[in-house]
Write a protein that binds this ligand. Sequence first.
Ligand code: NDP
Length: 307
Amino acid sequence: MVRDVIIIGSGGAGYTAAIYAARANLQPLLFEGFQPGGQLTITSEVENYPGFESAVDGPELMTQMRKQALRFKTEMIASTVTKVDFSQRPFKIEADNGENYQAKTLIISTGATAMLLGIESESRLMGKGVSACATCDGFFFRDQEIVVVGGGDTAMEEATFLTKFASKVTVVHRRDELRASKIMQQKAFDNPKIDFIWDTVVEEVLGDDSVTGVRLKNIKTNETQDFPCQGLFIAIGHKPNTAFLAGQIKTDDVGYIITEKSSMATNIPGVFACGDAQDSVYRQAVTAAGTGCMAAIDAERFLQAHE
Ligand code: NDP
């Protein structure tokens, strides 16, 4: 069976694309992937998604979006797409359930994954003081001390944002100079609540049920110290989940899918991208949903124009 639309990925972008495509009678098929609901399922309260006066739980928001997509007869498959073939039409899709699928248009909404340090204590205390999203979790650290790891624009932006809540923010960076743009660096240097610790890495997150500090190691002197804090924000970059496309679609150096200006069209006619797989700048739940809506409308118009 050749589908009009197949959506790959199930975060805010994918579910919103499904709602719009389904309401356009395109009977979309959506692959939920390895993390059904996407990155919002690993956050606690979402206070900046419009329509919820007193916040909404991240997993609950995704459950509601999923149910809304199902109500309009989206077909969901609990599998991950392993391969796509853009060289033939309809496009061919292989999933890890061993089945092959075909589609006239594709919407790629596979999201991104925050890069983590890869230490055991970090995953154990994730959501209990460790976070990879200041906009999502910063509010919970009012008047507390926070460590931010990273030296790029994300780290500077998150550190600056966190000073709205925290009593003190300490940026821990593995080198003695930042990668961030000069303007973002200056903003952080000028902020009296932000301190820097250079040439240093986080070896361990301390605490049993919540973060009480971090063990830091100076990589030039090998000296270690236990540094007290209640929050640890990892800001060492995100990786878009686009490796399965294996160089078949135009991306930037990091792997973000490049779309046309004012549209979600990729360089392959009939293939659209949305959400964090395509957006390296805003990366918000509401922008993911917005671009998911745009991708579905673009797919519908593409089908109309070609049939
Ligand atoms: P970047 O890749 O630019 O920076 C990642 C930082 O994390 C680097 O300083 C890097 O150190 C450090 N790092 C990486 N791995 C580790 C590790 N294992 N342990 C410790 N530190 C580590 O990622 P960003 O997310 O900051 O930015 C991604 C892109 O998005 C950039 O192009 C950026 O300009 C853009 N962006 C723009 C914003 C804006 O303009 N408002 C806001 C946010 C992002 P090192 O420097 O030593 O490599």
